[in-house]
Ligand binder design. Structure first.
Ligand code: TXA
Ligand code: MG
Length: 329
């Protein structure tokens, strides 16, 4: 199969619609990462997403809809706090899990009785979703376990020959996947950290829990149990306070002839004296936006990436550290 990359316009949107309505899949941009889209009502199309990605079949997909879509056809109960959260943060990088009406294919939720809904803010994503008009099941558009894609080229690198079309909406501004929030209980509960932080949610909803997997317990968001975000080279991760050890390891490997790159924020980059640096910027939003891009850039050139964790560990950095540990830990 030939994989086309097209910028988003009326012509490419018509082609995307034709592919989706014909049971095929299309990659599209969102403000977090690129997604791999299929009609959520079409079981064969949804199943093909799992096959194309090599995704475990117990890890449910998020359903994406445009901002004017009435989700009451998809989910059966929306608590008051969820309405407040939707008003505050949507469209945006917050996925909300509700009781499902089971109207979309059961393949989306892997047979479960809940459904994750996301309304992305990316202009191209909104155009795509409005044009197609259907609820769209979409995971990140990478091969399972690899680093999530934040450019059309990243999608192409992973899925060339396996999908017909990538809608190119530029580099994703957010850079890490959406916050996944369980809205089925009395209090919302963060299942996956992201740019909408637990504190931001608590400020609107009154309180917010965070899911921690306990021994022997059934996983509420299967995605969190899998290895993820791994670049195709060796990696090491050091705490900010232990950065001198990272610099020493870098020198040692460099002297041994290893192609080694240091991945860190701008401050640490300046301090390190290392020649090969993957600099993910200064602010927490810059670091989130550049994380996957730098991991993908690094795996192209490095045999070993030595990452130094940012100093700040709260807020958006909870989500960044979660990914950094899975990628480099
Ligand atoms: O930012 C994002 O969320 C991106 C873009 C494309 O929208 N999508 C994304 O999808 O990251 P994926 O499939 O890579 O991750 C979806 C996560 C997984 O951890 C999955 O377990 C969880 O959402 N999830 C999906 N449906 C769920 C449900 N009904 N209950 C609990 N967790 C669910
Ligand atoms: Mg993913």
């Amino acid at each position: 199969m030939n994989t086309e990359i097209l910028t988003i316009d009326d012509k490419s949107l018509m082609l995307a619609e034709k592919i989706i309505k014909g049971g095929g899949v299309v990659a599209f941009p969102t403000e977090t990462v690129y997604g791999l889209a299929a009609n959520a009502y079409d079981t064969a199309a949804v199943e093909s997403i799992f096959a194309i990605k090599g995704r475990p079949n117990d890890n449910p997909l998020i359903v994406h809809v445009h901002e004017e879509y009435d989700i009451s056809s998809l989910v059966s109960y929306i608590p008051e706090y969820a309405k407040l959260l939707a008003k505050a943060f949507l469209p945006g990088p917050l996925t909300m899990v509700y009781k499902s009406r089971c109207t979309v294919s059961t393949a989306v939720s892997c047979g479960g009785d809940t459904l994750a809904i996301r309304i992305p803010s990316h202009e191209g994503a909104q155009r795509f979703l409005k044009h197609v008009g259907l609820p769209i099941a979409a995971p990140s558009a990478n091969v399972s376990k690899h680093v999530s894609p934040v450019t059309a080229i990243h999608v192409f690198d992973d899925l060339n020959g396996k999908i017909p079309l990538i809608l190119d909406g530029g580099k994703c501004s957010g850079g890490i996947e959406s916050t996944v929030l369980d809205c089925t209980g009395e209090v919302p509960c963060v299942l996956r950290s992201g740019l909408v932080t637990r504190d931001m949610i608590a400020a609107v909803a009154g309180s917010c829990d965070e899911y921690v997997l306990k021994d022997g317990e059934r996983v509420r968001s299967p995605g969190i149990k899998y290895k993820h975000y791994s670049p195709k080279c060796q990696t090491a991760l050091f705490d900010y306070d232990d950065r001198q050890s990272a610099f020493s390891l870098y020198k040692e490997k460099e002297n041994a002839g290893v192609k080694v790159w240091l991945m860190c924020d701008s401050g640490v980059a300046d301090e390190s004296g290392c020649a090969n640096v993957l600099d993910f910027g200064e602010t927490e939003y810059e670091i989130a936006a550049n994380l996957y891009d730098k991991l993908r850039e690094g795996e192209q050139v490095a045999e070993l990436i030595i990452a130094v964790a940012p100093k700040k560990q709260d807020g958006v950095m909870v989500g960044v550290m979660n990914r950094l540990k899975k990628a480099c830990g």
